[in-house]
Design a protein around this ligand. Sequence first.
Ligand SMILES: NC(=O)c1ccc[n+]([C@@H]2O[C@H](COP(=O)([O-])OP(=O)(O)OC[C@H]3O[C@@H](n4cnc5c(N)ncnc54)[C@H](O)[C@@H]3O)[C@@H](O)[C@H]2O)c1
Length: 253
Amino acid sequence: MFNLSGKTAVITGGGSGIGRAISQLFARQGASVHIIELSAAAGQATADEIAAQGGRVQVHAADVSQQAQVAATFAAIGRVDILVNNAGIAHVGNVENTAEADFERVYQVNVKGAYNCLHAAVPLMKQHGGAILNLASIAAHVGLTDRFAYSMSKGAIFAMTLSVARDYLADNIRCNSVSPARVHTPFVDGFIAKNYAGQEAEIFDKLSQSQPIGRMGKPEEVAALALYLCSDEAGFVTGCDYPLDGGFIKLNT
Ligand SMILES: NC(=O)c1ccc[n+]([C@@H]2O[C@H](COP(=O)([O-])OP(=O)(O)OC[C@H]3O[C@@H](n4cnc5c(N)ncnc54)[C@H](O)[C@@H]3O)[C@@H](O)[C@H]2O)c1
């Protein structure tokens, strides 16, 4: 089960955190993995780990927000069976203190980046079918304090997932999303360091306890669900969002 042999999987942001775990697992399951990364060094570090275990992997240095770079990258890859739109950035703020430049930056990477990859990948997938997985967030579904721009971007991911799933049913392209609560990755450590300097331990504990299960998720736990959703075993699943949230949405009473 969950064998990806013979499949080409493109994973954006595979140099860190969730994207790194997905790249490693998909390669272990036999996929030929293509990592699209802004940080070529981070992408290469993941690729070196995969290659050391005998996996097939290539890194493409590109910024997902730049359509020309994304188009050239997908043209070079040529065949796409699986696309994981994972690259994303965080932002903390409410509607009043979110500056235009920050709103724009979150939009460019999280929303337009996903659009650019979908725009390039779907024509290639139409040739033989495929599976798309988008990284949404609990921020797409519940009101979180001080996540105005980030929630906007993840709500858009959720809506784009439904749109693509609907439009390409006849092309045998499935499209789903996952909505993690807090997952312990460099993304989380970076945003705690940037926004809560001096209170790191306290905020880490608070963020852990905000999941009723009492901890943050692990990148490997997101990768396991990603593998299922991108595998042939999930052939009946499309247009769905899966919370992966330690009970955040349903059990936070
Ligand atoms: N960590 C969490 O708690 C959490 C929760 C819910 C959803 N998510 C989502 O999961 C995804 C991955 O999060 P993570 O925690 O692993 O993040 P991370 O910061 O650890 O990794 C993100 C990777 O994306 C790359 N990247 C950023 N901008 C890019 C761009 N413009 N072009 C190409 N690559 C780019 C970075 O270089 C980095 O390697 C994001 O979309 C995030 O919003 C994360």
